[in-house]
Design a protein around this ligand. Structure first.
Ligand SMILES: [Zn+2]
Ligand SMILES: [Zn+2]
Length: 168
C-alpha cells in the first residue's frame, strides 16, 4: 500500500484556511502505454483550501517522460503536466463521483487522489507530434521522412489493419 496522508483536522475547523503540500509520487504501477520511463521524479505540489466548509484540493503533477510514439515508434521526451482539482468531503452523497473524496479520520490519501487523476486523464495514445505520419504499413518506412512509393495503391487489407491499429 502507498499512502501520503494529509491531516485536515485543523483546516476543517478554519474557514478560509489553506494547507499546502508537496511530495514525489512512486512511479511503481504508473506504467502507461507509450511511457518507457520517467526521467525525473514525479513531483506533486498543491493546496487544499477551505471555502466556507467546502474543501477544494488543487494540485499539479509534473515529470519528464521518455515515450515511444504510438504511430512511428520513435522515442521522444515529453513533459507530464497534469492539473488536478477535486473536492474533499466528510460525507459522500454520490459515492461514484470521481471529483469527491472522503475524508477519513480527519485526513485524505493524497497519493490515491493523484494516482486516480493520472489513470483517468492520461493520454491514451502518445504521439511524437500531433501530425505524426507513422510507418508505412506495407514497407515499414517512417513516412515522416518522406513518402515510400508504395502508398499510392495501398492493399485494402493493410488499410483495414491500419485503421484497426489507429482505433486502439
Ligand atoms: Zn511519431
Ligand atoms: Zn511503403
Amino acid at each position: 500500500m502507498w499512502g501520503v496522508r494529509l491531516d485536515l483536522r485543523e483546516l476543517i475547523a478554519t474557514p478560509g484556511g489553506k494547507e499546502s503540500f508537496a511530495f514525489t509520487l512512486d512511479p511503481t504501477d504508473l506504467d502507461f502505454d507509450g511511457v518507457l520511463k520517467y526521467l525525473t521524479p514525479i513531483t506533486v505540489t498543491g493546496l487544499v483550501e477551505n471555502h466556507a466548509g467546502l474543501l477544494e484540493l488543487r494540485a499539479g503533477i509534473r515529470a519528464d517522460m521518455l515515450c515511444q510514439c504510438a504511430r512511428c515508434l520513435k522515442e521522444f521526451q515529453k513533459p507530464l503536466e497534469l492539473d488536478v482539482k477535486v473536492y474533499l468531503a466528510q460525507e459522500l452523497e454520490d459515492q461514484d463521483s470521481v471529483d469527491f473524496y472522503l475524508i477519513e479520520d480527519g485526513s485524505v490519501d493524497l497519493e490515491e487522489i493523484m494516482r486516480d487523476a493520472l489513470i483517468f486523464n492520461f493520454e491514451p495514445r502518445l504521439l511524437c507530434r500531433e501530425d505524426c505520419k507513422g510507418l508505412c504499413p506495407k514497407c515499414g518506412k517512417d513516412l515522416n521522412e518522406g513518402p515510400c512509393g508504395c502508398a499510392e495503391d495501398p492493399d485494402p487489407r493493410w488499410l483495414a489493419l491500419g485503421q484497426l491499429l489507429e482505433k486502439d
